[in-house]
Design a binder for this molecule. Structure first.
Ligand SMILES: [Zn+2]
Length: 385
């Protein structure tokens, strides 16, 4: 067994409707706080789902400020603008209320608003000094698991991204409330749900930090996600299915926060970075092809996951492994999302650049069960075309 460390957020609330108690929760956990910053995006603000959350804060006489300029793949400039805004307002507690981008920005606001350290010196692993403002994360998609990870991804150039990874980025409290995810369209539910499944699959097969806790979380995450994704996509108002998806995505987040992701994410990032394909869909597009590439080195582990994803499969580990890959491929077809890179505007001539960019994801590639060369990456993209 590998030596390992395990960290997660200290407090979790999984309860449909819990976000409408946010004011009370803050009053109880942080009695000295009087000014709260909600970090979200314009799209979520328009849904109206944010109003009951604001009401709950105001009922407790908490002053509320809102930063709603978060966009997908948040650029550094937006983060810095948000931090300046938070400093001017002298907010005391930060709430990330949105998808991965809003939660990632909330983490950095909480760190930077109370610190002299510059963002530029925080990129990488373990480079954050000092403390942060109190931080509560409330996801509005069941996907990234960012509410329980110590990672924030920032777009630093035209297509390049950098990550801040530090224990200070773990929130104080994560709140899972299915009510907030009911407005998500089926295709977004599908792609983000598959992303969460990828987190569990990659954590379960990660090369260096696989451990019994991350395995347990990945298995439970996959059960919840696999058993509820079809219903959540076809009947988006089913709160039980939505809550199960949020819980599954969170458990997968706890898993990969400690047993990190690998080549599926490494190959998905350039698809998102260059072609602006959403994170979940980018992962789903390359997933079966990376798993087939890995099969020679991870068939036994994939076969263990087939017990959840393709329970009808029998035969050798290799046969069950391939049944699992096929089941994930069929899922993408069934829920109606794109399944080929060519459907998102990628052509043969783009494959070299994709492969070159993927090789820059050394933080992720090092965790893959099988070594990936640039030629391998190109071949995987070609298979996904
Ligand atoms: Zn992901």
């Amino acid at each position: 067994m590998n030596d390992f460390e395990f960290r997660t957020v200290p407090s979790l609330i999984s309860q449909t409707g819990a976000a409408t108690r946010l004011g009370k929760i803050i009053r109880q956990e942080f009695p000295a706080i009087s000014h709260v910053l909600l970090v979200t995006d314009a799209g979520f603000l328009r849904t109206g789902l944010v109003q009951p959350v604001i009401d709950s804060l105001e009922t407790e006489q908490l002053k509320v400020s809102i930063f709603s300029d978060v966009i997908a793949d948040p650029p550094e400039a937006i983060v810095l603008q948000a931090v300046a805004n938070a400093r001017d307002l002298q907010v005391e507690l930060v709430v990330g209320l949105g998808g991965g981008s809003s939660m990632d920005v909330a983490k950095l606001i909480a760190i930077l608003a109370g610190s002299d350290q510059s963002l530029a010196t925080m990129y990488g692993i373990g480079n954050v000094k000092g403390k942060r403002l109190p931080l509560i994360q409330i996801p509005t998609t069941a996907g990234t698991g960012s509410e329980v990870t110590p990672i924030s991804i920032v777009t630093t150039g035209a297509t390049t991204k950098m990550g801040v990874v530090a224990p200070q980025l773990y929130a104080d409290i994560a709140i899972l409330d299915a009510q907030l995810t009911t407005g998500l369209p089926a295709k977004v539910t599908a792609a983000t749900g598959i992303d969460a499944m990828v987190h569990a699959i990659e954590a379960y097969t990660t090369k260096h930090k696989k451990n019994p806790l991350s395995d347990m979380l990945a298995v439970q995450a996959l059960k919840l996600l696999w058993n509820n994704i079809d219903e959540a996509c076809s009947n988006g108002s089913n709160l039980a299915a939505r809550q199960a998806m949020l819980l599954g995505a969170m458990l997968a987040g706890q898993s990969f926060a400690n047993a990190p992701c690998a080549a599926v994410h490494a190959l998905a990032y350039p698809v998102g970075g260059i072609f602006h394909v959403p994170h979940g869909l980018s992962n789903s597009l390359v997933l079966p092809h990376v798993l087939r590439f890995n099969a020679s080195h991870a068939a036994e582990l994939y076969a263990e996951l087939a017990a959840i994803i393709a329970p009808e499969a029998t035969g050798t580990a290799e046969q069950r492994c391939h049944a699992m890959i096929k089941a994930m491929e069929d899922l993408a077809v069934r829920v109606g999302i794109e399944t080929r890179l060519s459907q998102v505007g990628i052509t043969e001539k783009d494959l070299d650049q994709l492969a070159s960019d993927a090789m820059l994801q050394t933080r992720l590639l090092g965790n893959n069960p099988r070594e990936v060369t640039k030629e391998d990456a190109r071949a995987i993209y070609a298979a996904a075309l």
